[in-house]
Design a protein around this ligand. Structure first.
Ligand code: FES
Ligand code: FES
Length: 170
């Protein structure tokens, strides 16, 4: 048992404060203390990317950083992409919507991490960048693992999201 500390962070606009052992990963903190179970855990050693979240705007593998390292940070998870302004009519975020239309998943286990990685990747691309090539998308996706789809539908989802983001669309 390692010592405990209070961790305070803001996730998807909500403040969370809870005790956690100093060895608790951010992924476990989000899932257990914050109830944000949309962040999935696969390999738990930084390979698969399924646990990817944004910490202060940067994509990180939440299995590789400790909750105490995210103390005071702004965290975004897959749940936060949904617009719940009208609670009776939640609206998917643009990347989620593109993935849904392109059917970029089968079991869906990898999807939260790949969506969050895509959100970060698109945000980092210059506003006037050309539409990404297949090669560029596949290179970006090489940091994430999917055991089901064969990636073709994921490439299509990323391309659709990129097209819409460069056209200022939904
Ligand atoms: S669970 Fe974090 S990279 Fe695989
Ligand atoms: S859809 Fe099953 S692991 Fe990617």
């Amino acid at each position: 048992m390692s010592p405990k500390r209070t961790v305070e962070l803001r996730a998807n606009g909500t403040e969370y404060s809870a005790e956690a052992e100093t060895r608790t990963t951010l992924a476990d903190f989000l899932r257990r203390q914050c109830g944000l179970t949309g962040t999935h855990l696969g390999c738990e050693h930084g390979v698969c990317g399924t646990c990817t979240v944004l910490v202060d705007g940067a994509a990180v593998r939440s299995c590789l950083i400790l909750a105490v390292q995210a103390d005071g940070c702004e965290v975004s998870t897959i749940e936060g992409l949904v617009d719940t302004t009208d609670p009776g009519n939640p609206v998917l975020g643009p990347v989620q919507q593109a993935f849904a239309e392109a059917m970029s998943f089968q079991c869906g286990f990898c999807t939260p991490g790949i969506v969050m990685s895509t959100v970060s990747w698109l945000a980092d691309r210059p506003a006037d960048a050309d539409e990404p090539s297949d090669r560029e998308i596949r290179e970006f996706l090489s940091g994430t693992l999917c055991r089901c789809t064969g990636y073709t539908s994921i490439v299509e989802g990323v391309r659709l999201a990129a097209q819409r983001s460069s056209s200022g669309g939904p």
